[in-house]
Design a protein around this ligand. Sequence first.
Ligand SMILES: [Zn+2]
Length: 326
Amino acid sequence: MTTVETVRGPVPVDRLGPTLIHEHLIMISAEFQKFYPELAWSLPREEVVERVVTALQEVHDRGVRTLLDCTAFFHGRDMDFVQEVNQRVDLNIIISSGIYTFDFLPYHLSHRVPPTVEKDMLTRMFVRDVTVGVGDSGVRAQSIKVATDKEGITVNIERVLRAAACASAQTGVPITVHTHPADELGPAVQKILVEYGADLTKVVIGHSGDSEDLDYLRRLMDAGSMAGFDRFGLYLPGTSTMEQRLDAVATLCGQGYADRIGLSHDAVLYSDWGPPGVALKRFPTWVPTHISDVVVPGLRERGVSDADIDTMLVSAPAALFDSIKA
Ligand SMILES: [Zn+2]
């Protein structure tokens, strides 16, 4: 039976249950933490642990059983924190490799132009996280997270995408690509990923649900990928409203696309990127229980069947992890 590695060990893919495909437990700036600890944690660590445990317990209480944490290198991963939290909450937490950049690469990467994509430091980093584990945590990443944004597909981003595709082809783990959907770069991203060996059925084009352009979304899904309706709760200015997103999901389910849709919040349960509580004040719905409490009832009101809801929350996310080789 196919299994997927989680923070607590391997879990059969068919036992993952309701799954949120894109969340973040913690994003903490590692260099601040090391050199300026008084600036790194605006709250005491124990308090942060309590907050995140409470938030995840609420998610568990709604029936969610698995969460894909899309926090990558440069995002500020903290494996000790994730492991500590997961000892106290009964959830399967799958962690990610990858790199979170919209263009910039640090010198130890940018100064080493790879002779081949296989030998690229980025590819080796991603494969290492998947096959050995993240750092010395013993936890193997089972997904690769990369990004394109307003900067477009720059030379550096193309390199990142190639490395992600190559590492995914070697290991069978899925790829999640943060995108800026207004630029509709999804098909260009897919083209590069396929060229370097990725299986598009294992690729999530993230943040697609920010867009109202159903033709664009269908193009991504017709090519095999999952469209991430993964920012429910975070209704940024200039992106579609909750009602528009619910209507879009309902329409697409009616057209047979439920198995190509993933639901999530992109919630950040704790970050030192801004003062604590400020993001929640600005976006009060940006909590990891929003899908259970508001989105699923909203989809039912729009006639989305229980079978389609189950597909989006259970079988479609599980299918991302059913070909992992390493
Ligand atoms: Zn994210």
